[in-house]
Structures are given as structure tokens and as C-alpha cells.
Write a protein that binds this ligand. Structure first.
Ligand SMILES: *Cc1c(COP(=O)(O)O)cnc(C)c1O
Length: 384
């Protein structure tokens, strides 16, 4: 094992591209200087295609959860009832945030590892027309499920005049999303997942329908008041000191997206998902989610006959490789591989091969190379 050669394969934080790392290290500038205005003016149009929107994407300093809380405080008026779709740990985080603000919260639970069925939400909303906002998780990081947010948006808007608010923290930048076409009202992401940056930025895009709600909201908030960010961004500014180093990096990330092409970025993520899945299928180790519900950014594996923590320990010890364990009731029962952001099919071949080695080390009767071969074949056949 080399010192200073970590292999980070968790669903965030993710590795940083060298050119982004260099950009982040640039000397500091004045946050009210022309250079900062120019930086924000360069970033602004380049972020829109990542969200699939014509709206300005607002940037706040804070982790992804700050973005979720910002959405809640801006979009929910005092006295409004909301529905949170819970497909795992991050769905419950939305519930916790709403409860912290004493918002009357309906909770729709889906078994962990499954995607929500839009028909079920349609039926729920028929029974509860009073609901003013529906919260969903796009990629549920704790299970590796990609929820059908396009179809959810459709049923929400057919049944009610509620806002549809989506946590896209672990997939925006890695999967295609058309916020405007699909009619998502608020789409949130963070910097440290598919956006290939260190943690510390959260991004929110807000629809016209949602702006009407936000602008008439008299819930008190100060740092999180989105109207301030919108107004300032029009002139290339932010209401408070922005995380300038991360903005330097963001500009470089957006240039890398343009260079690779967003379609290619999304196809790369799908390929990495398929390589990971076919590898574990070949190794005869069960996946937590079915093919239709699987996210291109993270894969959860649920072994029946070995301890995922033992596997993680060997990977850490012999390779300095970090993969994720399970959260809450899945702790000790699953492991998760992050394949998003600065991660390539070449990295996946290496990752799978290292996992095969570690499986052998913990005494699993695996045929070495069998998962790697399956992943290679997936690549050779064009990804599916
Ligand atoms: C990582 C993540 C978040 C935000 O977590 P922070 O630690 O606050 O950045 C929110 N939602 C999902 C789905 C995530 O994966």
C-alpha cells in the first residue's frame, strides 16, 4: 500500500479532480470585487443545464442538509401541511427538518431498497388534498435507489397545487434531470457528491410556482432567505461572503462537464452502475435494489453469508480503500459503493478487483476475476 494513495468509493465526499484541486487552491480575492462578479457570471449559465432549468441556480455556503433546510423554511408557510416520501435515511432527514419547525408532516414510508410507486402517492394525495408541499429524495443514498421523480412530479401536480421539492444531493451532476420539463419546484444538491468538489456548498433551483410561495412566506428566516440570494445573484453577488475557494473549484468542474459533455457524464455513470451490478451478480452476492430502481451513482450490496464490516476492514487495511457501510437498521447488513463524480469505468475495474481480493481474504469462496470479467464484458458490450 502506498502512503498518500487513498481510494475513496463512498457516496460522498468523493475524489476531487486534480485540476479542481488546483483551482480550489488559488489565492483569495475580495468577495465584493469585480473578480467575484465575473466568477459568478461565468458560473451562472453553466450550472443551468446540470439542473435542466432556465432558473438561476442559487448557491449557499453549507452542506447538503443546509440546502434541505433552506427548501423547507422557504417553501412551507406557517400552518401548511406537508408530505414527505421516505425511502431511506435521507427521506427521514426531511421529516426531521420539518418537525424541527413544527410543521404538520405526513410521512409516506416505503420499504428500504425499493423505489416509491407514483400511483401510491397519487392515491395518498387524493385522500389529503390539503397538502401544500411534497418532499422526495431523488437518489436515496442509504439504499442506492433512484426514485421516479419525473412521474412523481406529474402526479403531484395533477392531484394538488402542492409544490414538489426534490433532494438531488447524491445524483445531480451524475444523472440527467430536467427540472423545468419535469415540473420540479425546488431541486437541491450539494458540492461533495457528483459535483466533484469538497463539501461546503449547497445549490437550489426554484420554479416560478415556488417563487410565488417563497415570496409571500412570512416564516422568519435570515441566512436561509432565498429571496436575498436571488436578488443578489442577478448582479453577480451573494448576500454573505461566499465560499470563494469552492467557487473557484466549481468553475473548473463546470468546465470539465462541458469538456466531457453532460450526456457523456450521465452515460459514464450508467455504465459504472451496470459494471458494478453485473460484477456482484457474477459473484453471486445479492444486490439490495432491483435493476429498475438502481441509481447510477451508488450501489448497495446485501451479502447473505459474510459480514460487510469484515470486508470493509480488509479493504481499508490492505488498500486504504473506503467503501460505505449501511445506515440505521441496515448497519452491518449491507455495504455501499459510491461511483459518482470523479470516478471512471477504469476505477470500477480496479475497485471490483480489489473487492474480489478482499472477499478471498475474509474466506469467501469466490472465483478470483469473475466479477472483474463480468464488468469488463459489460464495458465491451457497450454498458448494458
Ligand atoms: C449527502 C446527502 C445529503 C446531505 O448531507 P450533508 O452531510 O449535509 O452534505 C442530503 N441528501 C442526500 C440524499 C445525500 O446523499
Amino acid at each position: 500500500m502506498l502512503p498518500d494513495q487513498p481510494f475513496l468509493r463512498i457516496p460522498g465526499p468523493t475524489p476531487i479532480p486534480p485540476s479542481v484541486q488546483r483551482a480550489v487552491n488559488q489565492p483569495m480575492i475580495g468577495h465584493r470585487d469585480q473578480e467575484t462578479k465575473d466568477l459568478l457570471h461565468t458560473i451562472k449559465p453553466k450550472l443551468k443545464p446540470v439542473f435542466g432549468t432556465e432558473q438561476d441556480v442559487l448557491i449557499l455556503a453549507g452542506s447538503g442538509t443546509a440546502g434541505l433546510e433552506t427548501a423547507v423554511v422557504n417553501a412551507v408557510h406557517p400552518g401548511d401541511e406537508v408530505l414527505v416520501i421516505v425511502t431511506g435515511a435521507f427521506g427521514s432527514r426531511f421529516v426531521q427538518i420539518c418537525q424541527a419547525y413544527q410543521i404538520e408532516t405526513h410521512r409516506f414510508d416505503v420499504e428500504w431498497g425499493e423505489a416509491v410507486k407514483p400511483e401510491a402517492i397519487e392515491a395518498y394525495l387524493k385522500q389529503h388534498p390539503e397538502i401544500k408541499a411534497v418532499f422526495a429524495t431523488f437518489c436515496e443514498t442509504s439504499t442506492g435507489v433512484l426514485n421516479p421523480v419525473k412521474e412523481l412530479a406529474r402526479v403531484v401536480h395533477q392531484q394538488t397545487d402542492a409544490l414538489f421539492i426534490v433532494d438531488g444531493v447524491s445524483c445531480v451532476g451524475g444523472v440527467a434531470v430536467e427540472m423545468d420539463d419535469w415540473d420540479i419546484d425546488i431541486l437541491i444538491t450539494g458540492s461533495q457528491k457528483a459535483m466533484m468538489l469538497p463539501a461546503g456548498l449547497t445549490f437550489l433551483a426554484v420554479s416560478e410556482r415556488a417563487w410565488e410561495v417563497v415570496e409571500t412566506n412570512d416564516r422568519p428566516s435570515f441566512y436561509f432567505d432565498l429571496t436575498k440570494y436571488r436578488k443578489q445573484l442577478e448582479s453577480g453577488a451573494t448576500p454573505f461572503t461566499p465560499a470563494l475557494s469552492l467557487l473557484f473549484g466549481l468553475k473548473q468542474v463546470l468546465e470539465l462537464f462541458e469538456e466531457e459533455g453532460l450526456e457523456t457524464v450521465f452515460a459514464r455513470h450508467k455504465l459504472m452502475k451496470n459494471m458494478t451490478r453485473t460484477a456482484f451478480q457474477a459473484l453471486d452476492i445479492p444486490l439490495l435494489t432491483c435493476d429498475e430502481a438502481a441509481s447510477p451513482t451508488v450501489t448497495a450490496i446485501k451479502p447473505e453469508d459474510f459480514d460487510p464490516e469484515a470486508l470493509r476492514r480488509v479493504l481499508k487495511r490492505d488498500f486504504d480503500m473506503t467503501i460505505a457501510g449501511g445506515q440505521q437498521h441496515l448497519k452491518g447488513r449491507i455495504f455501499r459503493i459510491g461511483h459518482m463524480g470523479y470516478c471512471s469505468p477504469a476505477d470500477m475495474l480496479q475497485t471490483i478487483s480489489m473487492i474480489e481480493y478482499a472477499l478471498h481474504k475474509i474466506g469467501q469462496p469466490v472465483e478470483l476475476g469473475c466479477g472483474t470479467r463480468a464488468a469488463q464484458k459489460t464495458m465491451l458490450s457497450g454498458g448494458s
